[in-house]
Design a protein around this ligand. Structure first.
Ligand code: NDP
Length: 272
């Protein structure tokens, strides 16, 4: 029988993970089956335990379960601990191991796929949910000149900034308090899933800025449209991050690194 993996979330119909992992498995000759599971909002743990009891080897975890996945794990690897959230689980005997690949995937997409350096740049991160938490420390490890986190619930942004705090040129604030211009603006909110826009002003984008939308496959979201109207030439969505985090999980589970470029190209939806 093939080894079983899945992505779990709510909703999950939009997920490209089954397609990506199936393609990775084919390209690397791995015998596995990968499906999508929608858990009820109050039923996450039960679904995970049932999947595991039926021989499941690992799960990707997406909105809104990343914090619950972290709490459920018996072993929380460093990146998941730093994020307080997990986007991948691996089942090893009676252990449930949690990791978080969002940050390493974003950094890889920015630097490797989009050729955007982070060192010495001013970065604005919109949102303070699981995704923002996951990318914060890997972004800081690349030593930007400043990292500002803005969130609708201001205390969450301030708390995140305090957590990584001292000496890191990091500030947490509300949207109305964003100061200055930024070279890289990452929308890590889920606003675009509802066709909404985090309340930023066009002036946040520096000359030659990159506007990066973590949501993928939606074309020109309200955030990307705002950036385009502000004269931003470099626009990207999260398709590269999605494929890179899948690749990191695949390496973790299977010990083989798949190539990502072809799939990124295949899944890219034009930003028009
Ligand atoms: P969470 O539910 O944990 O957090 C949602 C965040 O969005 C919060 O900061 C919330 O603010 C904010 N938010 C929601 N609606 C609005 C709005 N209308 N205006 C302003 N802020 C808003 O989600 P995640 O952090 O896990 O995920 C965020 C997004 O990133 C998702 O859309 C997901 O699809 C995407 N993502 C993409 C990945 C990829 O590989 N490309 C990987 C991970 C995530 P508040 O705290 O005030 O409620």
């Amino acid at each position: 029988m093939s080894d079983r993996y899945a992505v779990i979330g709510n909703p999950i119909g939009h997920s490209k993970s089954p397609l990506i992992h199936t393609a990775f498995a084919k390209a690397t000759n791995q015998d596995l089956e990968y499906t999508a599971i929608e858990a009820q909002l109050d039923g996450f743990a039960a679904v995970v335990h049932a999947f595991r009891a039926n021989g499941g080897k690992g799960l990707n975890v997406t909105v809104p379960f990343k914090l619950q996945a972290f709490e459920l794990a018996t072993d929380q690897l460093e990146r998941a601990q730093l994020a307080g959230a997990a986007n991948a689980l691996k089942f090893e005997g009676d252990r449930v191991v949690a990791d978080n690949f969002d940050g390493v995937a974003l950094v890889r997409d920015l630097q490797r796929n989009l050729s955007v350096a982070l060192k010495g740049r001013r970065v604005l991160l919109l949102g303070a949910g699981g995704a923002a938490r996951g990318v914060l420390l890997p972004l800081l490890a690349e030593r930007p000149a400043e990292l500002a986190i803005a969130n609708r619930t201001v205390e969450k942004a301030q708390e995140l900034a305090r957590t990584v705090g001292a000496g890191n040129h990091i500030v947490g604030c509300g949207y109305g308090d964003i100061a200055g211009t930024f070279d890289i603006v990452v929308n890590a909110t889920s606003a675009s899933l509802k066709g909404e826009l985090p309340p930023i002003v066009p002036a946040v984008f520096a000359t030659d800025a990159l506007a990066y939308e973590m949501v993928y496959g939606k074309g020109l979201t309200p955030f990307l449209r705002l950036a385009q109207n502000a004269g931003v030439k470099r626009l990207a969505d999260g398709v590269g991050m999605l494929v890179e985090q899948a690749a990191e999980a695949f390496v973790w589970w299977r010990g083989v690194r798949p190539q990502t470029r072809t799939l990124i190209d295949k899944l890219t939806v034009p930003l028009t």
